[in-house]
Design a binder for this molecule. Structure first.
Ligand code: RNT
Ligand code: ZN
Length: 416
């Protein structure tokens, strides 16, 4: 244990914060790492562009283009992340044998066997996402809300196939699988019918969920969104829609992505609101810059505030946390590592906060002292606690991480 940490521990202890316990606690919290940062949300099952109203910008060299490359990159990145990880996959990352292909409506567990092997070898659970974008069966931008029954059925079947795969992940890894449904369905311009697509979305979800599955093994989520690129006027899966759906369908969780709200709306404030009503909720943690830009997560104010809410609401076991961003403008491994570490920092910072004492000040109406104490905490020797956490997890500091990533870039990425 180094001297800086000993001093920091002492300083926090005077506030009643046990930093050893905070570190021990953080090691147990799983955070889901999204495979799609590694290849700009491309996947392996189609040739066409990224659709669904989302966009990756940048053209940094060395992007992974095969399952082997993606796994190799992810493996390298995982080694530079402290803490407990889960693997987050999209259906479009199915791995086919040579000459084999299965469309999304008929995907099977075997198409993900290599991912299961990858996760098991590293002691990770797996989360899953049906892929309702980047596919030629999307008609007029619509999937589960399509008025064309053939199209809608295709996508309902995709959802059912994914439920089977999610259950397989849970059984194989022994860890429940969070299966998140997000669709980009909507309209660029003012629609004539806002109800119809939503009624069809509701029906489609109900048809998907009518397939028997074990609710303890698969946690189905519905993710809302306010708008997408080319889908500015209307999205079927709005905030009200998904919250109401989750509230009225047993075992379904609402998923909030903090890039999916108006810029002054804060997901940190929504977390305790939902925890009043839902046994469990899920998050996509991202960094929206002016819009749902999916920048790399940083240790910034709102990231810290979200982590604080989870910790002080005693929600660590009730909130499923997944990262969701994609930056193609910088080294993709560094993007993975920086974002993951930022969220871990935010959690550790929250765990090193004397939450009960601060809440007491609020209840006493002492907002003056509350402000001063909260400001004081920002300058506490948190860096030393973070360093100790890294040391215990046997992971290097950020500059050493970058040096390793740069070496990997020269040896592997730039030779692709
Ligand atoms: C899109 C949603 C969604 C996707 C991933 C790739 O705005 O955030 O979660 O980012 O499914
Ligand atoms: Zn998301």
């Amino acid at each position: 244990m180094n001297q800086e940490y000993t001093l920091a521990r002492e300083k926090y202890a005077q506030l009643g914060v046990d930093t050893d316990q905070a570190i021990a606690c953080l090691k147990q919290i799983p955070v889901s790492l999204h495979c799609w940062q590694g290849d700009d949300v491309t996947g392996f099952d189609h040739q066409g562009p990224l659709t669904g109203g989302i966009q990756t910008t940048g053209n940094y060299p060395g992007k992974a283009t095969t399952p082997e490359q993606l796994m190799q990159d992810m493996d390298k990145a995982l080694q530079l992340m402290p803490g407990k990880k889960k693997l987050n996959l999209h259906a479009s990352y199915a791995i086919f044998e040579k000459g084999e292909f299965a469309d999304r409506n008929v995907l099977e567990p075997k198409h993900f066997a290599k991912w299961v092997e990858f996760a098991k070898e590293r002691g990770m659970g797996i989360d899953f996402n049906p892929t309702y974008f980047s596919h030629d069966k999307i008609k007029d931008g619509l999937t589960l809300t399509s008025p064309d029954e053939e199209i809608r059925t295709f996508w309902i079947d995709h959802g059912k196939a994914c439920l089977r795969i999610a259950e397989y992940f849970a059984k194989e890894t022994g860890v429940p699988c969070v299966m998140n449904i997000w669709i980009g369905d909507g309209f660029k311009d003012i629609p004539a019918d806002r109800l119809g697509p939503r009624m069809r979305y509701k029906d489609s979800l109900e048809q998907i969920l009518s397939q028997p599955y074990d609710k303890k093994l698969v946690k189905v989520c519905v993710e809302s969104k306010v708008f997408g690129i080319g889908v500015e006027s209307y999205t079927a899966g709005s905030g009200e829609f998904t919250l109401s759906f989750a509230a009225t369908h047993e075992g379904v969780l609402p998923l909030m992505d903090n890039g999916h709200y108006h810029p002054t709306e804060m997901v940190s404030d929504k977390i305790p609101a939902l925890l009043c009503f839902y046994p469990e909720i899920a998050l996509h943690i991202t960094r929206p810059v002016r819009w749902d830009s999916d920048h790399v997560v940083l240790f910034d104010d709102e990231t810290r505030e979200m982590a604080k809410e989870i910790v002080r609401c005693d929600g660590l076991e009730r909130v499923y946390m997944a990262l969701d961003y994609f930056d193609a403008g910088i080294n993709r491994l560094s993007a993975w590592v920086t974002g993951f570490r930022s969220w871990q920092k935010a959690l550790l910072f929250a765990l090193c906060t004397p939450n009960q004492q601060l809440a007491q000040l609020q209840d006493q109406g002492n907002m003056t002292r509350l402000m001063v104490e909260q400001e004081e905490l920002k300058l506490y020797p948190f860096g030393a606690v973070w360093e100790e956490y890294l040391r215990q997890c046997d992971v290097p500091g950020s500059r050493e991480c970058l040096a390793e990533i740069e070496a990997y870039e020269a040896e592997v990425l730039l030779k692709r």
